[in-house]
Design a binder for this molecule. Structure first.
Ligand SMILES: NC(=O)c1ccc[n+]([C@@H]2O[C@H](COP(=O)([O-])OP(=O)(O)OC[C@H]3O[C@@H](n4cnc5c(N)ncnc54)[C@H](OP(=O)(O)O)[C@@H]3O)[C@@H](O)[C@H]2O)c1
Length: 301
């Protein structure tokens, strides 16, 4: 579940590359699965499933033996994931790999993490074998900064605090290991990249990479929340979530774990490699040139 999401989509591709049959679940099975147009389409079974629709889950889980569960954040997340787990257990699924989050504790200062804790507890209570992945912030989230980076700023409330980031493709590789290796299955794995980097440092690295002047602007938590709601048009709960996560990074200094390397036997993908790979997204001049080229190419003769 979550086959169209950042981690789930990378996992589908990873499992297909390993020759493992995959059923990719989405609420929009009529749309092409991202990254799989053409090549793998005939070998991946794409099915409709909505966690809000118990019948669709029963149908989708029929005959499956393991479940990867990555569910978008939202006010209903605990209710939806709990239902998914119950129906998976009743459908004969024998192992669930769940994407959780750091600080999944009953009194966590991050509401989404309290929700993940509740779901993890439900997994334990059901007695169903499971693996929990607790990744820190996805590097892929940084692409959402591209619009303000294009204006020369990164806004946040983390100050100089170092923050862990992990590439979703590494989370997917660990998930694939959990689904295929008894040594990895059954654990609680906290996943990070190889270094914790502050946002001012990310701004410096992006400046060097793009040749643009990009600076980090530190806001108070209230200012950040206000910006996210009124300028970035985020729903209130998501703006609150982003602000809580950033405050947690200040309250609890983040350091990398060696889990990705321990499990995969290779170092995690680096932040610099990720930024370089996506340089054009952050670079105003490159974007402008691409837009101009696109306009030229699509203009009537
Ligand atoms: N983003 C981060 O930095 C980060 C860090 C740590 C942990 N996490 C955790 O990772 C998980 C995934 O987060 P994300 O924001 O990155 O997700 P995402 O990549 O945007 O993917 C969300 C997935 O959830 C599926 N989904 C949403 N509602 C659904 C429903 N009612 N029934 C079935 N599927 C549904 C979507 O499938 P369709 O739309 O195709 O149906 C989509 O594939 C979250 O639980 C989050 O707490 C995220």
């Amino acid at each position: 579940m979550g086959a169209t999401g950042a981690t789930g989509n990378a996992l589908v591709r990873g499992l297909l590359a390993l020759g493992i049959p995959v059923r990719a679940l989405t609420r929009t099975p009529h749309l092409p699965l991202p990254g799989l147009i053409g090549t793998h389409r005939p070998t991946v079974e794409v099915r409709y499933a909505d966690a809000a629709d118990a019948h669709s889950l029963r149908t989708a889980f029929h005959g499956a033996d393991q479940l990867f569960l990555a569910m978008a954040n939202g006010p209903q997340q605990v209710e939806l994931e709990t239902r998914v787990i119950d129906i998976a257990a009743d459908s004969g699924i024998r192992h669930i790999v769940k994407v959780s989050a750091p600080a999944a504790e009953p009194n966590s200062p991050v509401a989404v993490s309290r929700g993940h804790h509740a779901v993890e507890e439900h997994l334990r209570a059901r007695g169903l074998p499971h693996t929990v992945l607790r990744p820190y912030a996805f590097m892929q989230n940084l692409l959402r900064l591209a619009p303000t980076v294009g204006q020369g700023v990164i806004l946040g409330t983390t100050g100089d605090a170092a923050c862990n980031h992990v590439d979703c493709r590494d989370i997917a590789d660990v998930a694939a290991a959990a689904l295929t290796s008894p040594d990895v299955a059954g654990g609680v794995h906290t996943l990070t990249g190889s270094e914790a980097v502050s946002y001012p440092d990310i701004a410096r690295r992006l400046s060097a990479l793009t040749g643009e002047r990009i600076r980090y602007v530190d806001l108070s938590p209230d200012e950040l929340r206000d910006h996210l709601v009124h300028r970035a048009h985020m729903p209130d709960w998501l703006a609150e979530h982003v602000t809580e996560i950033q405050r947690l990074a200040v309250a609890r200094p983040e350091t990398p774990t060696t889990t990705v390397a321990d499990i995969l036997g290779r170092p995690p993908r680096t932040l610099d490699a990720f930024l370089t790979e996506h340089r054009a997204r952050f670079n105003r001049r490159a974007e402008d040139a691409a837009d101009a080229e696109h306009r030229r190419a699509t203009q009537s003769p």
